[in-house]
Design a protein around this ligand. Structure first.
Ligand code: AVJ
Length: 329
């Protein structure tokens, strides 16, 4: 492990290596059907495009989640208690976290974890200047991999993980359960998890959320091909691929694909990848849950649902889960 110094901010750096990116891209493109891991959306441009998605009218998640946080923050603070170490998975620009940082009592420290080094550094610089006295310990990592948490100056009473945005929905059901088990291990026996969970709803609402009128989601999806071109010397022609997103009610998920508009061969250095017209690369799943389905999965992973907050349309939920077993790893 090494770290980068930036205005006294030390980023604990476990950023995935280029080699790992290459390996995962090549193996995904050689599968049938083809797929690419959605975590690679978030390079600097992708993180920026995701911020733009969050401002779209159609993409109801951020504003609905923020409204739930604002409305019930006192109850959340009460349940979470004082003196916690707050750890956030996929912190991005830490917008929603500010509500927590403002209200939680005697915070031991805040550990934002993000896969994008630049975004993480930018967010940390702003947090440090806005919340004097707060210890911010940024970690750059793929949070599905194993990495160490930094040591805090102040002792903490309990670890609480914050995992907003319904990013849990990006995992297939079995990996999702395993990831919740992993979080239970990280936060320990008396630890908690404050998590955003998107709910099943009218498919037309979901369809609009992933097919916005300005084409920002399409640009976000296609940026993955441009990133492969930039970083892996690829020759994808994005104009010959089309963003295709739909809700699959049988599986309870939105699927995003990039569909080839013609027979074509793409090269990454010396590797050739053939595409038939109509063939897709599966780039993301976003599972949607009923409250019962999520409670079941959380229970299987060793968490008890302590409280669920929702908006009045029941489109989204913020839930506080407590670890009922699990050792701290
Ligand atoms: C941040 C991963 C939860 O799946 O809704 C937004 C990402 N993809 N539009 C989601 C995303 C397309 C988002 N997550």
């Amino acid at each position: 492990m090494y770290s980068k110094e930036h205005q006294q901010i030390r980023v604990h750096d476990f950023e995935p290596e280029q080699e790992r990116f290459r390996t995962e891209v090549l193996s995904g493109l050689q599968k049938s059907p083809k797929e690419l891991p959605c975590k690679y959306f978030y390079d600097e441009r992708g993180s920026y495009l995701f911020e733009c998605i969050c401002e779209l009218d159609e993409y109801y998640i951020p504003r609905t989640e923020a409204a739930i946080m604002e409305a019930y923050i006192e109850q959340m603070v009460e349940l979470i208690g004082p003196g916690v170490l707050l750890i956030e998975y996929g912190s991005g620009n830490s917008t929603k976290t500010r509500i927590l940082l403002k209200h939680l009592h005697e915070l031991a420290a805040y550990v934002p974890i993000d896969i994008c080094q630049k975004q993480l550094l930018r967010a940390t610089v702003e947090l440090v200047s806005d919340y004097s006295g707060l210890e911010v310990l940024p970690v750059c990592a793929d949070y599905t991999s194993d990495f160490e948490l930094p040591v805090t100056n102040r002792p903490c009473r309990r670890r609480v993980v914050y995992f907003p945005g319904s990013t849990i929905g990006n995992f297939d059901p079995i990996p999702a359960k395993h990831f919740l088990e992993h979080i239970a291990g990280v936060c320990g026996p008396r630890g908690g998890l404050l998590i955003g969970v998107d709910l099943k709803k009218d498919p037309a609402v979901l369809h609009r959320a992933y097919n916005d009128g300005k084409g920002v989601t399409a640009a976000f999806n296609l940026n993955l091909l441009e990133r492969v071109n930039r970083e892996l010397n690829g020759d994808f022609q994005p104009e010959w691929f089309e963003h295709y997103a739909f809700y699959n009610p049988g599986e309870g998920r939105v699927e995003m694909h990039l569909v080839s508009l013609k027979d074509q061969t793409v090269h990454l250095d010396n590797v050739s990848v053939p595409f038939a017209r109509g063939e897709s690369i599966w780039t993301e799943s976003s599972y949607k849950f009923t409250l019962d389905e999520f409670e079941q999965m959380a229970g299987d992973a060793g968490f008890k649902v302590a409280h669920v907050w929702t908006d009045e349309k029941q489109w989204f939920s913020v839930q506080y889960l407590v670890n009922t077993g699990g050792t701290r790893s």
